[in-house]
Design a protein around this ligand. Structure first.
Ligand code: GLU
Length: 486
């Protein structure tokens, strides 16, 4: 157990839905705080007004709540869906903390760790273009770094527009130890004189994140790898303000299967999309926990409680983690099939077809193991409710022919007419003996029988379908298939 009271945070920008990557950052920060008996807070980083999306903070809070990650401080929605705040360190919206940042900007200016920059957008654009053309890194050239105080005062009294920049030392290096990546080094020459206060009076992320993490007593900053190159700038600010530097853990990137950065183009990235498709909270949570972390043994199934106990920040991998929806489906299928039929019906309420309750229970008892997402429930039920017309060609197995198919279905029909006990185990035995006794191959019989019962090339095994639809309907469908083959 760590000596200092651990405090972590999730600090999303309200620019849209909660992203899978955001959820993973939140989850790891939550797990680390909780396993150390610490606190986990939510802070909304809304200083970039141009990227603000109305209501995004509400969506983010709703998604986190659905997942069951409870935060100890920060904004929350009360029963009337109004935003309230809890905790001693508020406000938890950065846009409400402008005065606080102003104070620290003044301190940085006074200690000569920051300076006014009056360069116009136009000049900066030209500078960037020149640097690009010369194959140089794009960086502020320091033109306002040593403006005489008098000139600054004059420009200010003339109401000239300005930003405040961080004065990054010319030389040297900056090192820090990342919990996941070990020693990380940056050369000062590669660090830009970052804008910390914009001309609209809003701080940039870089200043606000440091001020807030310090004032909110954050001990461990756990966030995505895309922020690692910002960390040296943050450390310079911590040092300039004489503050203790928190520990950092930068989580590996999330990748598509082709190893490109996880993006909308190759599938859903919003957590909400997964809820809408009928993924269970347990499955999402379990799968996302394993995106970059795995335990020392090969245990894969974890509840939130078990994750709190077992998660190890130090074991998080450096290499990018591939988001594989098939694996997520596997987890979802696992959690769905462990639920009772009644629970599934409750969870899948909005996807249920118009179907008799008893029949639905019967279907789910046998077929829930095939549900990868709850929204497949309609498809799974459809073949039990009736079959749509199909092309007789699909009745014939690829290694068989029309005659054998006809023969096999006839045999099945003649044999099954005799049976009363209509249970899948018994039915399977009968079908297997029919294959054997008549010198057929499995595909000659099982394939056409399954297609005749479902009308589809892909469907559950015939004995399962038959048990659910009963003897009369089964024989009916087999006879229809025979008629189609004539
Ligand atoms: N506001 C940043 C984001 O949207 C948070 C980065 C951090 O955690 O420091 O991802």
């Amino acid at each position: 157990m760590l000596r200092k009271k651990v405090k972590t945070r999730f600090a999303p920008s309200p620019t849209g839905y909660l992203h899978i990557g955001g959820l993973r950052s939140a989850l790891y920060a939550y797990l680390f705080a909780k396993q150390n008996k610490g606190k986990f807070i939510l802070r909304i980083e809304d200083t970039d007004r141009s990227r603000y999306v109305e209501g995004a903070e509400i969506q983010i809070m709703n998604s986190l709540s659905k997942i069951g990650l409870k935060w100890d401080e920060g904004p929350y929605l009360n029963n009337d869906s109004k935003i309230k705040e809890k905790g001693q360190n508020g406000p938890y919206f950065q846009s409400k903390r402008l005065k606080i940042y102003g104070k620290y900007v003044d301190m940085l200016l006074k200690s000569d760790n920051a300076y006014h920059c009056f360069c116009s957008e136009e000049r900066l654009k030209k500078l960037r273009e020149e640097q690009k053309n010369n194959n140089q890194p794009t960086k502020y050239d320091g033109s306002c770094r040593s403006l005489p105080k008098k000139e600054v005062a004059k420009k200010l009294s003339n109401n000239e527009e300005y930003v405040i920049r961080l004065k990054v030392p010319d030389k040297g290096e900056i090192k820090f130890k990342d919990i996941i990546r070990g020693q990380v080094k940056f050369q000062m020459e590669d660090i830009d004189d970052q804008v910390i206060l914009k001309s609209d009076g809003f701080p940039t992320y870089h200043l606000a994140v440091v001020v807030d993490d310090n004032l909110m007593d954050i001990t461990h900053v756990i966030r995505g790898e895309e922020w690692i190159s910002s960390t040296p700038k943050h450390i310079l600010i911590y040092k300039a303000l004489g503050w203790e530097i928190p520990e950092f853990a930068h989580l590996p990137l999330l990748l598509n299967k082709d190893r490109s950065k996880l993006s909308k183009r190759q599938g859903d990235v919003a957590v909400e999309d997964y809820f809408n498709k009928g993924y269970l909270v347990e499955a999402l949570l379990n799968y996302i926990a394993l995106l970059g972390w795995h335990p020392s043994d090969d245990k894969e199934i974890f509840s939130l409680k078990e994750l709190i106990k077992n998660f190890e920040l130090k074991r998080v991998q450096k290499a990018g983690a591939i988001f594989d929806v098939n694996k997520l489906n596997w987890f979802n299928c696992h959690y769905i099939s462990n639920k009772s039929e009644k629970e599934i019906i409750k969870l899948a309420d909005k996807y249920l077809p118009d179907i008799d309750h008893k029949l639905l229970i019967k279907i789910l008892r046998l077929e829930k193991k095939r549900l990868e997402t709850l929204d497949q429930i309609g498809d799974i039920c459809s073949i039990f409710l009736g079959i749509v017309d199909y092309d007789p060609e699909i009745l014939i197995f690829k290694k068989s022919n029309k005659e054998d198919t006809f023969k096999a279905l006839n045999l099945v029909n003649d044999e099954l007419v005799k049976y009363k006990k209509w249970k899948q185990d018994k039915l399977l035995k009968v079908l297997t003996s029919l294959v054997k006794d008549n010198n057929l191959k499995n595909g000659d019989l099982f394939w056409p029988l399954r297609v005749s019962l479902s009308g589809q090339e892909k469907s559950p095994p015939p004995e399962e379908i038959m048990e659910i639809i009963g003897k009369e309907e089964s024989l009916n469908r087999i006879n229809k298939a025979l008629a189609k083959l004539k």
